[in-house]
Design a protein. Structure first.
Length: 263
């Protein structure tokens, strides 16, 4: 690596997660080729790449959906093996997918505690502690300044921005290490996008580590501290977002600008 490339690369001072040499194939398709990713603690890292670059596969390797064929993942200094999504959730990694994974007919408080319900009693005589969950749900949403009518309202009655904010708040509450967001504003209008971006900034201000997958370079500039670029399954660049323009990022994605490694 020459000195010019070294100067362009972004230094990592406190890594929460490190993925090294991840490869993943699906039959004859090589989705990842020795991909690397380092997430700095308490920062927002944008994962960029064109369609088919390997972003979704990398996210799924980090969240236990697809165990990598080769490579290692280190979380908070300890090597991690995620065979299932439950493994990654137990390790403190939460993901907000475009589908949100909310149940429309359930109230907000129940969606926040889905599969993690608080209970009273002992053994087979346990019952749901609905009061505690409603109270805690209010506290969670108030802490993040999420504006919804009531935690007792069903999710179906919420706007797209409110639904996305609920999903992010749930992930932030349970994701003690990392929150992964896959195109969090792709289907939202301007006002709702602004509300969600405000929530992402609030998470960063609270020291939450965020991995943001986005095709919106202007959004990346507004939200991210660092950008990591994938091309054809390989990591080709890592940049301090404050030091580059949206056009620079697009050039790295398309190959119009050289990355940090030769392909």
């Amino acid at each position: 690596m020459n000195s010019e490339v070294a100067q362009r690369k972004t230094a990592v001072t406190d890594a929460l997660l490190e993925a090294k040499g991840l490869s993943k194939s699906f039959d004859a398709v090589q989705a990842l080729r020795n991909a690397d990713l380092v997430l700095e603690r308490g920062k927002v890292t944008a994962l960029l790449g064109d369609n088919g670059a390997g972003k979704s596969t990398l996210v799924r390797c980090l969240t236990g959906v697809h165990p990598p064929d080769t490579g290692t993942i280190t979380l908070d200094g300890q090597q991690a093996h995620f065979a299932t999504p439950d493994d990654s959730r137990r390790a403190g990694i939460e993901t907000v997918y475009q589908t949100l994974s909310l149940i429309d007919e359930l109230p907000v408080w129940q969606n926040l505690f889905l599969r993690r319900e608080l209970t009273l009693g002992a053994g087979p005589f346990r019952v749901l502690d609905k009061k505690a969950m409603r109270t805690r749900a209010k506290e969670i949403l108030t802490e993040l300044d999420v504006d919804i009518p009531s935690v007792s309202s069903t999710v179906r009655r919420m706007s797209g921005g409110q639904r996305q904010s609920i999903a992010i708040a749930r992930a932030a509450h349970w994701g003690k290490h990392l929150v992964v967001m896959d195109e969090p504003t792709a289907a939202l209008g301007v006002r709702e996008t602004g509300a969600v971006e405000k929530l992402v900034r609030r998470l960063r201000d609270r020291g939450v580590t965020v991995l943001l997958v986005s095709h919106d370079m202007s959004q990346v500039k507004r939200l991210a501290d660092t950008a990591v670029v994938l091309r054809r399954g390989s990591t080709v660049a890592r940049r301090d977002v404050a030091a580059v323009s949206p056009d620079d990022l697009v050039g790295l994605i398309t190959g119009a600008q050289p990355g940090d490694v030769d392909e």
